[in-house]
Structures are given as structure tokens and as C-alpha cells.
Design a protein around this ligand. Structure first.
Ligand code: PMP
Length: 362
């Protein structure tokens, strides 16, 4: 018999892969514009690619303590390296952290709509999510969170800027939640695209219960290599190290992350281009009467669709004909919403063209 909580779980289904989309639509993979998983259209710096190709030590295991990468991350984040844990994508950190703190019957607080992996891993631990929905403006409700706490609440889970709504959590709200004494986890996967790219990492050394998670998947264009890291109070670092298998971050991941941090100007310039494009995409969406886009500090925009005016299915068909992959949500917290990853200017133009063709038919 398997553990009973597994029977309450379904497989985690991320945004469709290019291969699956291609099989479904008949459009070749090399003609697709993948804007459904918040990846970077620019990829890593050429120096990263060169360093990966020049390296000959893939026969050896990587440094399981990630000394060189943690040193570079300490410089990048301004937080001492003994607060840092490097991981196989930030997904791995979430998985480890949840297993460290959650026993069967415990709960975590999440503020939907948000990244659904938190709920998925919670179920895997035999624990429960207490949902404290966001307000109309998608801000978290600190009072409601505080009231929802139970003796079994082990963690308050926040995402800033939030996927998929794109708004950040204020430092003031985080400080108020830290006073509850619960572990407060802030997922900063998209912080480089925000108005405060340095995020909340600097607060971690002063608090026993604050955790910040980061990734190279989005801003650094390295989603395929799976490199994440977290900034933890030292006492939690010690447990994370016990929970993690050796060599989870592979040699290529180390090389790519270190080289990215050595060539920050290149990568941060791409972040700047994406932020500019985000504002252009926002205007393009807002100019159509059936879209209500939400201002975003991530590399994506969530937009509500007025389905009285246009069916989402028609929008989907128009963009998919042009090879554009987007994310569509239809659940109680997000009914009739689309999330568009910000790509290159020409990608926005193709979406605009698809929408123009729809507008002409109406
Ligand atoms: N956190 C958030 C909020 C995300 O959106 C994602 C990617 N979808 C992740 C974490 C996972 O990132 P990684 O590639 O580092 O596992």
C-alpha cells in the first residue's frame, strides 16, 4: 500500500511543453513562441554558453557544498554565504523545506491565486493548505491570515511578485507576519523584474523565521539547467543540508550560474528589455475592450477576459494558429484569465496581429 495522501494527489501539470503543443497543433517545434511558463526568450549570456562548452570536468561530481557559487551569490544578494542553500531549481527547495516542517495533519497558509506547487507538495506531505484568498486588488490580507492560524500552522507561504497576479508583497506586511512566530516563506522567483529587485534577502539574518527563495530560471534564462537557491536563517540551513541529497546541482548548473553572476550586465540588460516590453504588452492588451490586464512586476501579465465580448477559445485559436503558447486559467480563483509571459517585441506583435484579426471578424 502507498501512503494514503498519494491517493489525494494528481500529477502536477505545468504549462504545456513545446513537444506536446507541436503534437497537438502540427506546428513544428522550431516555429513556436513559448510564452506559457515565464521563461526568458533571451537565454543566458554568451559567456555562459562558452564556459559550458569549454568545461571538460563533467566526468567528476560537482562540489556538493557549492562553495564558489555561494560566494558569488553572497556578493550578489549581500547576504553571507552561510545563509545560502543552492538547489536543483527552487522546486527542490520547496520540496525539501515542506518535508522538514510538515508532518501529517499540519497546515500551511497560502494566498490564492498563487503558484500551485505549494499546495501540491503540501498534499504530498499529508498536510493541508489553509487558503486565505487575496482581496479584490490581489493584495494579501494580513488580518485574515493572522486569524486563520491554528496550532498546526507551520508556515505562511507568500510569493513576491506573485505568480500569476504579478503584484509584490510589502515589507510591512512581511514584518507583521513574522511577528506571528510562524515560518514565513517568500518566493522571489521574479524579484529581478520588480521595482525592488534586491527583495527581502537582507532581512533574513535578522529573523529566525524568514526564508527567501530565488531561481536562475526566469531572469537568467536558465530554466533548463534547474538552478535555484534560498536564503535561510542558519538553523534552517543545517536541516536543509541534512534533507538534501548530494550533488543535486549539477556541474553545468554551477558553471552557468557562476558565469551569469560574472556577466551580470548582459543579463540585467535583458531584464531591462523585458521590463520595457512588459509595459508595451500591457498597453497592447489594455487597448482591447475585452481584456483587463493587471499591472505586473514579473515577466508576465495576467489578464481577465470579458467572455461576453469574446470567447477565450477564439483568442486561443487565433494565437495558437500563429504558434503562440500562452497559459489559460479557469478555476474558482481565476475564471476566464490568461497569463502571457513577456517575450521579445516581435512576439508581442504576433499576439497583437492575432487579436487584430479577431477584432476584424467581430
Ligand atoms: N516559484 C515560482 C513562483 C514559480 O513561478 C516557479 C516557476 N514556475 C518556481 C518557483 C520554480 O522555479 P524553478 O525553475 O527554480 O524550479
Amino acid at each position: 500500500h502507498v501512503r494514503p495522501e498519494l491517493d489525494r494527489m494528481a500529477e502536477y501539470i505545468p504549462g504545456e511543453s513545446q513537444e506536446a503543443f507541436s503534437a497537438r497543433t502540427g506546428i513544428p517545434v522550431d516555429q513556436l513562441i513559448k510564452l506559457n511558463a515565464n521563461e526568458s526568450p533571451y537565454g543566458p549570456a554568451p559567456q555562459v554558453v562558452a564556459a559550458l562548452g569549454n568545461h571538460f570536468a563533467y566526468n567528476n561530481y560537482p562540489d556538493t557544498d557549492s562553495r564558489a557559487l555561494k560566494k558569488a551569490l553572497a556578493e550578489y544578494t549581500g547576504v553571507d554565504s552561510h545563509h545560502i542553500v543552492v538547489s536543483h531549481g527552487s522546486n527542490e527547495l520547496i520540496n525539501l523545506l515542506w518535508h522538514i516542517f510538515l508532518s501529517v495533519g499540519d497546515n500551511v497558509i497560502c494566498c490564492p491565486p498563487t503558484f500551485s506547487l505549494y499546495t501540491f507538495i503540501t498534499t504530498f506531505c499529508g498536510a493541508y493548505v489553509l487558503e486565505v484568498p487575496r482581496a479584490e486588488d490581489y493584495e494579501i490580507d494580513v488580518d485574515a491570515i493572522t486569524k486563520a492560524l491554528t496550532p498546526e500552522t507551520k508556515m505562511i507561504v507568500l510569493c513576491s511578485p506573485n505568480n500569476p497576479t504579478g503584484n509584490p508583497v510589502s515589507e510591512q506586511d512581511i514584518l507583521a507576519l513574522l511577528d506571528t512566530g510562524r515560518i514565513v516563506m517568500v518566493d522571489e522567483a521574479y524579484t529581478e523584474f520588480s521595482d525592488k529587485p534586491q527583495g527581502l534577502a537582507h532581512l533574513v539574518p535578522q529573523h529566525r523565521n524568514l526564508i527567501v527563495m530565488r531561481t536562475f530560471s526566469k531572469w537568467a534564462g536558465l530554466a533548463g539547467l534547474r538552478i535555484g537557491y534560498g536564503i535561510f536563517p542558519e538553523w534552517i540551513v543545517s536541516y536543509m543540508r541534512r534533507a538534501q541529497c548530494p550533488f543535486e546541482v549539477n556541474m553545468a548548473g554551477h558553471i552557468a550560474a557562476i558565469e551569469t553572476l560574472k556577466n551580470l550586465d548582459y543579463t540585467l540588460n535583458n531584464v531591462r528589455l523585458l521590463k520595457e516590453e512588459r509595459e508595451r504588452m500591457f498597453k497592447m492588451l489594455a487597448s482591447r475592450s475585452y481584456f483587463c490586464p493587471i499591472p505586473s512586476q514579473g515577466n508576465f501579465i495576467l489578464a481577465e477576459v470579458d467572455t461576453e465580448e469574446v470567447k477565450i477559445e477564439r483568442i486561443k485559436q487565433a494565437v495558437e494558429q500563429r504558434g503562440v503558447m500562452l497559459r489559460y486559467f479557469n478555476h474558482p480563483y481565476l475564471s476566464n484569465f490568461m497569463r502571457l509571459t513577456v517575450g521579445r517585441p516581435e512576439h508581442t506583435d504576433i499576439i497583437a496581429d492575432a487579436l487584430d484579426s479577431l477584432d476584424k471578424e467581430r
